[in-house]
Design a protein around this ligand. Structure first.
Ligand code: CTP
Length: 397
């Protein structure tokens, strides 16, 4: 997802420096161009050769080293950067940046860099709580630096407290959030529902379906990367929710309906990808359960059709997208739902197509709007999410 993007990693003297090797490797796997700049102190914690091997670029430490790939290296590299991440950022380097001191390769490059700069402080809790550091971080924020909140946990000095550098996957998430996609949904409020709902039969058993939430989570993530303000209302799922998305967990269709209704009015785009259980027991009270000789009969009633209620109350300028899961007459039934539920787009999934539907990492979808139909080939759910949002952005213009 980072093809064509250049990332500068600035590594300073903190034990967490070793974790940046993993981050560099993750970025390379995302096809980013990665350059690492280390302070002299950082070389005590990890060898520059590690980064050179991973990134295939010389790791820069000394401003006066003549063996550079670039002419006036700090300026040239700073100009190429799409983002610079300083992680781990020691109290010393944070102080230098806040004070405008540029006395080594890392700080001169940061000074010359017009791209977004992310700073991940990592230090002992007492240092992190020092008012000088707090002021310096505020100052950096006021200059537009993004400060990544440190984690709380056991620190290298065996103290337990705040000051741990977040794990590399979180740092990668911040980089992605900053540069992975054009911000064509900036300023838009996007509401996504995902996963199954569960209807309790009794305290032990539920009515549910096989949805894993993968499609809805991928849509929420893609909308977030495009700069939207995303809320994800999710039924019970076993997958990690995306970063930078507000998560609202629910269980039953009624809870999902109430949660959706509370965000409905403020949302610019609503995407109902949840596989809402269509039926619920009329009652969960044991004395209402009819029993025959050897089986229990449960009276079922339909759950509220959330999407229908959204279509009925759709406000001007709001974009409403639903999904349809069909075993037969895919396009015809989906077109009927598009019209009946007053949708702007329906994503049609055939449960009979290989590689589509519940649980897989791939999907085969047809995007149906009142104006047209677009049949897409087999693709990952991530790619499908991007295609769905591409169409929504295009139609909202
Ligand atoms: N949906 C909903 N509330 C329900 C059932 C479904 O909001 N109680 C939404 C789903 O999130 C999906 C769309 O309606 O976006 C279509 O779901 P689907 O199950 O295919 O259609 P239904 O309208 O339930 O019709 P049927 O099951 O009879 O095909």
């Amino acid at each position: 997802m980072l093809k064509g993007k250049t990332v500068i990693l600035g590594v300073t003297g903190s034990i967490a420096a070793y974790k940046i090797a993993n981050l560099a490797s993750m970025l390379i796997k995302q096809h980013a161009e990665v350059h690492v700049i280390m302070t002299q102190n950082a070389t005590n914690f990890i060898n520059p050769i590690t980064f050179e091997t991973l990134t295939n670029h010389k790791c820069l430490v000394d401003t006066f080293d003549r063996d550079f790939e670039f002419h006036v290296a700090h300026v040239n590299l700073a100009e190429q950067a799409d983002v610079m991440l300083i992680a781990p950022a020691s109290a010393n380097v944070i102080g230098k940046l806040a004070g405008g001191i540029a006395d080594d390769m890392l700080t001169t490059t940061a000074m010359a860099c017009r791209a977004p700069i992310l700073v991940s402080p990592a230090m002992n809790t007492n240092m992190f709580e020092n008012p000088i550091l707090i002021d310096n971080l505020k100052k950096l924020q006021s200059y537009g630096f993004e400060i990544i909140e440190p984690d709380t946990g056991m620190l290298a000095c065996r103290d337990v407290g705040k000051g741990k550098m977040p794990e590399p996957d979180v740092l990668l998430g911040h980089i992605m959030h900053t540069i992975a996609k054009d911000k064509d949904l900036k300023g838009k409020k996007v509401l996504v529902t995902a996963g199954p709902t569960q209807e309790a039969i009794d305290p032990v058993r539920v009515i549910t379906n096989h949805s894993t939430g993968k499609m809805g989570y991928a849509i929420a993530e893609d909308a977030m990367l495009r700069g939207a303000d995303v809320t994800l209302i999710t039924g019970p799922c076993a997958i990690e929710p995306p970063l930078f998305v507000d998560i609202c967990p629910v269980v039953s269709a009624q809870e999902m309906y109430e949660a959706v209704d509370s965000y409905r009015e403020v949302s610019d785009i609503i995407i109902m990808s949840a596989a809402v259980a269509d039926y619920r027991p009329k009652t969960t009270s044991p004395d209402k359960i009819k029993k025959t000789d050897d089986e229990q009969m449960i009276t079922l009633v339909r759950t509220t059709d959330i999407l229908q209620s959204l279509g009925d109350k759709k406000r001007v300028g709001q974009f409403l997208c639903g999904f349809s899961m069909e075993t037969e007459n895919l396009l015809e039934n989906s077109r009927k739902k598009l019209e009946k539920k007053n949708l702007d787009l329906i994503v049609a999934n055939s449960l009979r197509t290989e590689g589509a539907g519940f649980g897989t990492d791939t999907n085969v979808i047809t995007l149906i709007s009142p104006e047209e139909e677009r049949e897409l080939p087999l693709m990952s759910k991530r790619e499908a999410a991007a295609c769905i949002l591409d169409v929504i952005v295009e139609k909202m213009k």
